[in-house]
Design a protein around this ligand. Structure first.
Ligand code: CP
Ligand code: NVA
Length: 305
Protein backbone atom coordinates (compact mmCIF):
# COMPACT_ATOMS: atom_id res chain seq x y z
CA UNK A 1 0.00 0.00 0.00
CA UNK A 2 1.42 3.35 -0.95
CA UNK A 3 0.19 6.58 0.61
CA UNK A 4 1.18 10.21 0.07
CA UNK A 5 1.88 11.86 3.42
CA UNK A 6 5.06 13.69 2.46
CA UNK A 7 6.99 13.87 -0.81
CA UNK A 8 10.13 12.95 1.13
CA UNK A 9 8.91 9.33 0.86
CA UNK A 10 8.95 9.54 -2.95
CA UNK A 11 11.88 9.14 -5.34
CA UNK A 12 12.82 11.60 -8.07
CA UNK A 13 11.54 9.10 -10.62
CA UNK A 14 8.17 8.71 -8.86
CA UNK A 15 7.66 12.48 -8.64
CA UNK A 16 8.66 12.93 -12.28
CA UNK A 17 6.17 10.21 -13.27
CA UNK A 18 3.37 11.98 -11.39
CA UNK A 19 4.28 15.29 -13.04
CA UNK A 20 4.37 13.66 -16.49
CA UNK A 21 0.97 12.04 -15.91
CA UNK A 22 -0.44 15.38 -14.69
CA UNK A 23 0.83 17.04 -17.86
CA UNK A 24 -0.91 14.42 -20.00
CA UNK A 25 -4.11 14.67 -17.93
CA UNK A 26 -4.11 18.40 -18.63
CA UNK A 27 -3.39 18.00 -22.35
CA UNK A 28 -5.62 14.98 -23.05
CA UNK A 29 -8.46 14.85 -20.50
CA UNK A 30 -10.74 12.68 -22.67
CA UNK A 31 -8.21 9.81 -22.50
CA UNK A 32 -8.81 9.51 -18.77
CA UNK A 33 -12.60 10.01 -18.61
CA UNK A 34 -13.32 6.48 -17.30
CA UNK A 35 -10.17 5.81 -15.28
CA UNK A 36 -11.99 6.02 -11.94
CA UNK A 37 -15.33 4.67 -13.16
CA UNK A 38 -17.21 3.03 -10.30
CA UNK A 39 -14.68 4.27 -7.76
CA UNK A 40 -15.24 6.59 -4.81
CA UNK A 41 -12.82 8.89 -3.03
CA UNK A 42 -13.37 10.38 0.42
CA UNK A 43 -12.30 14.01 0.70
CA UNK A 44 -12.10 14.86 4.37
CA UNK A 45 -11.49 18.33 5.78
CA UNK A 46 -10.77 19.41 9.36
CA UNK A 47 -9.90 22.91 8.05
CA UNK A 48 -11.44 25.26 5.45
CA UNK A 49 -10.60 25.01 1.75
CA UNK A 50 -11.58 26.44 -1.62
CA UNK A 51 -9.03 25.14 -4.15
CA UNK A 52 -8.45 21.69 -2.65
CA UNK A 53 -12.10 20.94 -2.09
CA UNK A 54 -13.24 22.08 -5.53
CA UNK A 55 -10.33 20.62 -7.52
CA UNK A 56 -10.82 17.24 -5.87
CA UNK A 57 -14.57 17.19 -6.50
CA UNK A 58 -14.38 18.35 -10.11
CA UNK A 59 -11.16 16.45 -10.80
CA UNK A 60 -12.50 13.10 -9.57
CA UNK A 61 -15.68 13.69 -11.58
CA UNK A 62 -13.55 14.23 -14.70
CA UNK A 63 -12.03 10.78 -14.18
CA UNK A 64 -15.49 9.20 -13.97
CA UNK A 65 -15.24 8.73 -10.20
CA UNK A 66 -17.29 9.95 -7.27
CA UNK A 67 -16.06 12.25 -4.47
CA UNK A 68 -17.63 12.18 -0.99
CA UNK A 69 -17.02 15.38 0.98
CA UNK A 70 -16.78 15.15 4.76
CA UNK A 71 -16.11 17.98 7.16
CA UNK A 72 -15.89 18.14 10.91
CA UNK A 73 -19.67 18.65 11.19
CA UNK A 74 -19.81 14.89 10.86
CA UNK A 75 -17.59 14.46 13.88
CA UNK A 76 -14.02 15.70 14.16
CA UNK A 77 -11.69 12.79 13.75
CA UNK A 78 -10.73 11.43 17.11
CA UNK A 79 -13.63 13.04 19.00
CA UNK A 80 -16.89 11.36 17.89
CA UNK A 81 -14.92 8.26 17.10
CA UNK A 82 -11.28 7.25 17.02
CA UNK A 83 -9.10 8.02 13.98
CA UNK A 84 -8.54 4.27 13.79
CA UNK A 85 -12.29 3.66 13.31
CA UNK A 86 -12.63 6.50 10.82
CA UNK A 87 -9.88 4.99 8.68
CA UNK A 88 -11.14 1.41 8.95
CA UNK A 89 -14.77 2.29 8.13
CA UNK A 90 -13.94 4.63 5.23
CA UNK A 91 -11.70 1.93 3.74
CA UNK A 92 -14.68 -0.45 3.45
CA UNK A 93 -16.57 1.95 1.15
CA UNK A 94 -13.99 3.94 -0.77
CA UNK A 95 -10.90 3.53 -2.92
CA UNK A 96 -8.84 6.36 -1.37
CA UNK A 97 -9.00 8.88 1.47
CA UNK A 98 -7.75 12.43 0.89
CA UNK A 99 -7.50 14.27 4.20
CA UNK A 100 -6.73 17.83 5.37
CA UNK A 101 -5.93 17.70 9.07
CA UNK A 102 -4.52 19.83 11.88
CA UNK A 103 -1.95 17.34 13.10
CA UNK A 104 0.31 15.26 10.86
CA UNK A 105 0.07 12.42 13.41
CA UNK A 106 -3.62 12.00 12.50
CA UNK A 107 -2.53 11.02 8.97
CA UNK A 108 0.13 8.66 10.31
CA UNK A 109 -2.54 7.04 12.50
CA UNK A 110 -4.90 6.76 9.52
CA UNK A 111 -2.31 4.91 7.45
CA UNK A 112 -2.05 2.25 10.18
CA UNK A 113 -5.72 1.30 9.84
CA UNK A 114 -6.67 2.30 6.28
CA UNK A 115 -6.63 -0.41 3.64
CA UNK A 116 -6.84 2.19 0.85
CA UNK A 117 -4.32 4.94 0.00
CA UNK A 118 -4.29 7.98 2.31
CA UNK A 119 -3.32 11.28 0.65
CA UNK A 120 -2.32 14.39 2.60
CA UNK A 121 -4.16 17.47 1.35
CA UNK A 122 -2.47 19.72 3.95
CA UNK A 123 -1.43 19.28 7.56
CA UNK A 124 0.65 21.36 9.98
CA UNK A 125 3.89 20.06 8.44
CA UNK A 126 3.33 19.47 4.73
CA UNK A 127 1.25 20.33 1.67
CA UNK A 128 2.55 17.81 -0.89
CA UNK A 129 -0.18 18.22 -3.54
CA UNK A 130 0.52 21.95 -3.52
CA UNK A 131 4.25 21.44 -4.10
CA UNK A 132 3.49 19.05 -6.97
CA UNK A 133 1.26 21.68 -8.58
CA UNK A 134 3.95 24.31 -8.03
CA UNK A 135 6.74 22.32 -9.69
CA UNK A 136 4.36 21.41 -12.53
CA UNK A 137 3.67 25.14 -13.03
CA UNK A 138 7.40 25.97 -12.97
CA UNK A 139 8.15 23.11 -15.39
CA UNK A 140 5.65 24.57 -17.84
CA UNK A 141 8.18 27.38 -18.34
CA UNK A 142 11.51 25.64 -17.60
CA UNK A 143 12.66 22.50 -19.41
CA UNK A 144 15.13 21.56 -16.69
CA UNK A 145 14.10 21.94 -13.04
CA UNK A 146 17.71 21.37 -11.94
CA UNK A 147 18.54 24.78 -13.41
CA UNK A 148 15.75 26.59 -11.53
CA UNK A 149 16.27 28.74 -8.43
CA UNK A 150 13.03 29.01 -6.45
CA UNK A 151 13.03 31.52 -3.61
CA UNK A 152 10.32 31.38 -0.97
CA UNK A 153 9.82 34.59 1.04
CA UNK A 154 7.62 35.04 4.12
CA UNK A 155 6.61 32.58 6.82
CA UNK A 156 8.36 29.20 6.90
CA UNK A 157 5.43 26.80 7.02
CA UNK A 158 3.89 23.58 5.65
CA UNK A 159 4.06 24.89 2.07
CA UNK A 160 7.73 25.91 2.47
CA UNK A 161 8.57 22.48 3.88
CA UNK A 162 7.03 20.68 0.90
CA UNK A 163 8.67 23.07 -1.60
CA UNK A 164 12.08 22.43 -0.02
CA UNK A 165 11.66 18.65 0.10
CA UNK A 166 10.28 18.29 -3.43
CA UNK A 167 12.80 20.76 -4.86
CA UNK A 168 15.63 18.89 -3.15
CA UNK A 169 14.46 15.56 -4.63
CA UNK A 170 14.05 17.07 -8.10
CA UNK A 171 17.53 18.63 -8.03
CA UNK A 172 16.39 22.28 -7.98
CA UNK A 173 17.89 25.10 -5.92
CA UNK A 174 15.45 26.28 -3.26
CA UNK A 175 16.06 29.14 -0.83
CA UNK A 176 13.78 30.00 2.06
CA UNK A 177 13.94 33.65 3.14
CA UNK A 178 12.02 34.26 6.37
CA UNK A 179 12.32 36.56 9.38
CA UNK A 180 14.51 35.23 12.18
CA UNK A 181 12.58 32.68 14.23
CA UNK A 182 10.08 32.07 11.42
CA UNK A 183 12.19 29.96 9.07
CA UNK A 184 11.52 26.33 8.30
CA UNK A 185 11.62 23.49 10.76
CA UNK A 186 15.25 22.44 11.49
CA UNK A 187 14.44 18.75 11.00
CA UNK A 188 12.81 19.36 7.61
CA UNK A 189 15.81 21.43 6.54
CA UNK A 190 18.16 18.58 7.53
CA UNK A 191 16.07 16.11 5.54
CA UNK A 192 15.94 18.42 2.53
CA UNK A 193 19.72 18.94 2.67
CA UNK A 194 20.27 15.18 2.67
CA UNK A 195 17.93 14.75 -0.31
CA UNK A 196 19.60 17.61 -2.19
CA UNK A 197 23.03 16.04 -1.62
CA UNK A 198 21.78 12.94 -3.47
CA UNK A 199 20.12 14.78 -6.37
CA UNK A 200 22.66 17.53 -6.97
CA UNK A 201 20.13 20.12 -5.83
CA UNK A 202 20.65 22.79 -3.19
CA UNK A 203 18.58 24.08 -0.28
CA UNK A 204 19.44 27.08 1.84
CA UNK A 205 17.81 29.35 4.42
CA UNK A 206 18.47 32.97 5.30
CA UNK A 207 16.60 35.93 6.78
CA UNK A 208 17.68 38.41 4.11
CA UNK A 209 16.91 38.53 0.42
CA UNK A 210 20.16 40.51 0.04
CA UNK A 211 22.01 37.18 0.50
CA UNK A 212 20.28 35.68 -2.53
CA UNK A 213 20.96 36.08 -6.25
CA UNK A 214 20.02 34.56 -9.63
CA UNK A 215 16.36 34.13 -8.73
CA UNK A 216 14.00 32.57 -11.28
CA UNK A 217 10.85 32.16 -9.21
CA UNK A 218 9.57 34.11 -6.18
CA UNK A 219 6.99 32.35 -4.00
CA UNK A 220 5.03 33.44 -0.95
CA UNK A 221 2.16 32.27 1.26
CA UNK A 222 0.09 33.69 4.10
CA UNK A 223 2.00 35.00 7.13
CA UNK A 224 -0.39 33.16 9.48
CA UNK A 225 -1.46 29.62 8.65
CA UNK A 226 -4.75 27.90 9.47
CA UNK A 227 -4.84 26.74 13.05
CA UNK A 228 -2.76 29.71 14.28
CA UNK A 229 -5.10 32.27 15.83
CA UNK A 230 -2.55 35.13 15.78
CA UNK A 231 -4.19 38.18 14.09
CA UNK A 232 -2.44 39.00 10.80
CA UNK A 233 -2.08 42.67 11.78
CA UNK A 234 0.01 41.58 14.76
CA UNK A 235 2.74 40.05 12.59
CA UNK A 236 2.46 42.38 9.61
CA UNK A 237 5.26 44.70 10.76
CA UNK A 238 7.81 41.86 11.04
CA UNK A 239 6.82 40.40 7.69
CA UNK A 240 6.33 43.56 5.62
CA UNK A 241 9.96 43.61 4.35
CA UNK A 242 9.20 40.14 2.90
CA UNK A 243 6.19 41.31 0.89
CA UNK A 244 6.36 40.42 -2.82
CA UNK A 245 5.87 43.74 -4.56
CA UNK A 246 7.02 45.35 -7.80
CA UNK A 247 10.19 46.72 -6.17
CA UNK A 248 11.19 43.18 -5.08
CA UNK A 249 10.43 41.84 -8.53
CA UNK A 250 12.51 44.57 -10.19
CA UNK A 251 15.40 44.13 -7.76
CA UNK A 252 15.58 40.34 -8.05
CA UNK A 253 14.74 40.06 -11.74
CA UNK A 254 12.50 37.05 -11.03
CA UNK A 255 10.39 36.12 -14.03
CA UNK A 256 7.74 34.04 -12.29
CA UNK A 257 5.73 34.70 -9.11
CA UNK A 258 3.79 31.99 -7.30
CA UNK A 259 1.40 31.92 -4.32
CA UNK A 260 -0.54 28.85 -3.23
CA UNK A 261 -3.54 31.04 -2.15
CA UNK A 262 -5.63 32.05 -0.30
CA UNK A 263 -3.75 35.35 -0.60
CA UNK A 264 -4.00 38.47 1.52
CA UNK A 265 -3.63 41.26 -1.03
CA UNK A 266 -1.35 44.11 0.05
CA UNK A 267 0.09 41.99 2.84
CA UNK A 268 2.31 39.09 1.63
CA UNK A 269 1.76 40.12 -2.01
CA UNK A 270 0.57 43.28 -3.73
CA UNK A 271 -2.32 43.27 -6.20
CA UNK A 272 0.02 44.87 -8.73
CA UNK A 273 2.18 41.72 -8.74
CA UNK A 274 -0.61 39.21 -8.18
CA UNK A 275 -2.52 40.48 -11.19
CA UNK A 276 0.59 41.34 -13.22
CA UNK A 277 2.40 39.53 -16.05
CA UNK A 278 4.84 37.63 -13.80
CA UNK A 279 2.02 35.98 -11.84
CA UNK A 280 1.34 32.30 -12.57
CA UNK A 281 -0.90 31.96 -9.54
CA UNK A 282 -4.02 30.87 -11.39
CA UNK A 283 -2.02 28.28 -13.37
CA UNK A 284 -0.94 26.87 -10.00
CA UNK A 285 -4.56 26.71 -8.86
CA UNK A 286 -5.59 24.91 -12.06
CA UNK A 287 -2.67 22.53 -11.84
CA UNK A 288 -3.75 21.41 -8.38
CA UNK A 289 -6.50 19.45 -10.11
CA UNK A 290 -4.17 17.79 -12.61
CA UNK A 291 -1.54 16.73 -10.08
CA UNK A 292 -4.15 15.45 -7.62
CA UNK A 293 -5.72 13.40 -10.39
CA UNK A 294 -2.28 12.06 -11.27
CA UNK A 295 -1.68 11.09 -7.63
CA UNK A 296 -5.11 9.42 -7.39
CA UNK A 297 -4.57 7.41 -10.58
CA UNK A 298 -1.07 6.44 -9.51
CA UNK A 299 -2.16 5.22 -6.08
CA UNK A 300 -5.60 3.77 -6.87
CA UNK A 301 -4.92 2.21 -10.28
CA UNK A 302 -1.43 1.04 -9.41
CA UNK A 303 -1.60 -1.86 -11.82
CA UNK A 304 -2.23 0.56 -14.70
CA UNK A 305 0.42 3.25 -14.00
N1 CP B 1 -3.81 26.25 -1.83
C1 CP B 1 -4.80 25.63 -1.17
O1 CP B 1 -4.62 24.52 -0.64
O2 CP B 1 -5.98 26.29 -1.16
P1 CP B 1 -7.26 25.93 -0.25
O3 CP B 1 -6.83 26.07 1.18
O4 CP B 1 -8.32 26.87 -0.67
O5 CP B 1 -7.62 24.48 -0.54
N1 NVA C 1 0.20 27.70 4.93
C1 NVA C 1 -1.19 27.81 4.62
C2 NVA C 1 -1.52 27.17 3.33
C3 NVA C 1 -2.94 27.30 2.86
C4 NVA C 1 -3.22 26.58 1.60
C5 NVA C 1 -2.01 27.20 5.76
O1 NVA C 1 -1.65 26.12 6.24
O2 NVA C 1 -3.01 27.80 6.16
Amino acid sequence: MQHLLSLKDYSKQQIEQILALAKDLKANPAKYADELKGKSVITLFEKPSLRTRVTLDIGINRLGGHAVYLDSQNGAMGSREAVQDFAANLSRWSHAIVARVFDHQTLVEMTKYATVPVINSLCNLYHPCQALADYMTIAEHHDDLSKVHLVYVGDGNNVTNSLLLAGAILGATVTSVCPRGRNVDAQVLKEAEALAAMSGGKVQVTDSLDDVSDIDVLYTDTWVSMGDETPLEQVAEVFMPYQINQAMLDKTGAKQVLHCQPAHRELEITSEVMDGPASFILDQAENRMHVQNAVLLTLINRDMH
